[in-house]
Design a protein around this ligand. Structure first.
Ligand code: MF3
Ligand code: CO
Length: 244
């Protein structure tokens, strides 16, 4: 798990550098595919689901919340925000993480949205302790986001992870403290707030994947794979100062 997480972290570190005006989201996918191949890993998103997802990573620009499909025709422009969501498999285990990156200079309101989405993740992470329940995480994320007046996306959730990218339990970004599965040592799951600047409602596009904010306002996403150890929660996909 740790090595797959480390690979995921390295990919996000490189993608952060690559997110410059003029670059296409298809080129970001090429970078991720190359790093995974060099490491001897694989990209479980390729061919996943129905219709089969056609790329290794999701690239979600501005009002796109998650599952944007990389394309050589989608050029990043100054002022965009782009979420790169990466799943990498190494030696049979998965790492899954997402960051929303700034392209050039972004507006103050977009910058705050991205920073506060990360803050929501860390509020949730604090509750990822043995003996707590998943609902404790969910409620902490929701309180943080709604405290800023943002919309919390409900249609998609975090998830258990291990040999598969999606396992039990679901980890919603809304809910009540004290509810849901008990958190135990040895569990692994992704905490991943998807936060809209406007209302929480989303729409899925005709491509069957792209999820966008219904009101067209920007959306941010922040995700790490977390394992519950005897010393508390450990993020396998986080590199201080590099992909933080
Ligand atoms: N991190 C994304 C998720 O958990 C990965 C999606 S891969 C895709 O939903 F193939 F479904 F796009
Ligand atoms: Co995920």
């Amino acid at each position: 798990m740790r090595r797959a997480g480390r690979l995921t972290a390295v990919i996000l570190r490189e993608l952060r550098k690559a997110c410059q005006p003029g670059v296409t989201t298809g080129e970001l996918d090429d970078i991720a595919q190359m790093i995974i191949k060099e490491a001897g890993g694989s990209a479980p998103c390729v061919g996943y689901g129905e219709p089969p997802f056609p790329a290794a990573i999701c690239t979600s620009v501005n009002e796109v919340v998650v599952h944007g499909i990389p394309s050589k025709n989608r050029v990043l422009r100054n002022g965009d925000i782009v979420t790169c969501d990466v799943v990498a498999e190494l030696d049979g285990y998965m790492g899954d993480a997402a960051r929303t990156f700034f392209v050039g200079n972004v507006s103050e309101e977009k910058r705050l949205l991205v920073e506060r989405t990360k803050e929501c993740f860390f509020e949730g992470l604090k509750k990822a302790q043995e003996g707590n329940r998943i609902g404790d995480i969910s409620a902490a994320v929701q309180a943080c986001a709604e405290g800023y007046g943002y919309g919390v996306v409900r249609e998609l959730t975090g998830h258990g992870i291990g040999r598969q990218m999606h396992q039990e339990p679901d980890v919603p970004n809304f809910g009540k403290p004290g509810r849901g599965p008990r958190i135990k040592r040895g569990m692994a799951f992704c905490i991943e707030p998807m936060i809209n600047m406007g209302k929480r409602n989303v729409v899925i596009s005709d491509d069957g994947w792209t999820v966008s904010a219904a009101d067209g306002l920007p959306s941010a996403h922040y995700e790490n794979t977390v394992i519950i150890t005897e010393n508390g929660p450990e993020m396998t996909t986080y590199e201080e100062g590099l992909n933080g």
